[in-house]
Design a binder for this molecule. Structure first.
Ligand SMILES: *Cc1c(COP(=O)(O)O)cnc(C)c1O
Length: 226
């Protein structure tokens, strides 16, 4: 188990990195939400981080997320689902996640439709040329956005992206920012951007990210890889 002192140091390190990048971008760091990604780590780590003031947590696999959320259901947390979703599982994600970051095709959007409470969501944009990667193709962005806003039970926050491996993240995030503007021309309130991981959150902040998804810089290396 990671000691609370080590966790506190890593959190402080990331928080000051965020403040510095925000200052550089002329932005208010308080307007940036940090989601700590706890995939592959036990629920005990979520409890420790909660003790250090973290309230937003991210997971990328449904079964693991569901089990972990259940183990810490006594805590007041916001769970973010950030991984690829199968339409078959999408509905179940509604039971614990307040935000889904990975809407990338019509079937997933349709599966999340509901007459019950609304959940917040992001449309995920694929910044690579590889169709196998998560995210909607750039040319399909408007179509998927329209589908989300005409679906009951979904409230669109904005766009989400992962920087491609082997490319300057700043350049990739600049494309994402342009995509965000296209989405905002359809839905002016969808002004949020989910981007930035342990290795590239500074570049993401410089390109307007409002929701960072940070794992290993805070949690340490994942126990079983991934
Ligand atoms: C794992 C993961 C992260 C966090 O990655 P780190 O490099 O550990 O910060 C962010 N976003 C997604 C979609 C992830 O799967």
């Amino acid at each position: 188990m990671t000691s609370i002192e080590v966790l506190r140091d890593r959190l402080d390190g990331v928080r000051s990195g965020i403040s510095e990048a925000a200052r550089q971008a002329g932005r208010d760091p308080r307007a940036i939400t940090t989601i700590v990604v706890t995939k592959f780590h036990p629920a005990q780590l979520v409890r420790q981080l909660h003790g250090l003031g973290v309230r937003n947590f991210g997971e990328n696999r449904h079964q693991e997320a569901q089990a972990k959320a259940a183990e810490v259901r006594d805590l007041d947390l916001v769970w973010h689902f950030i991984g690829q979703l199968q339409s078959k599982k999408a509905r179940q994600v509604r039971s614990y996640a307040r935000v889904v970051h990975s809407l990338d095709r019509a079937s997933v959007v349709d599966a999340l439709a509901s007459h019950e409470h609304s959940i917040d969501c992001f449309v995920q944009l694929n910044l690579t040329d590889d169709e196998g990667r998560g995210g909607v193709r750039d040319s399909e962005l408007e179509r998927l956005t329209e589908r989300v806003i005409s679906t009951r039970g979904l409230s669109l926050l904005g766009v989400m992206a992962v920087a491609p491996v082997g490319e300057d993240p700043r350049a990739a995030f600049a494309r994402m920012r342009a995509a965000s503007e296209r989405v905002m021309s359809i839905v002016p309130t969808a002004r949020f951007i989910s981007a930035g991981m342990s290795g590239d959150y500074r570049e993401a902040i410089l390109e307007g990210a409002t929701h960072l998804r940070i794992g290993s810089a805070i949690t340490g290396n994942r126990p079983t890889g991934g």
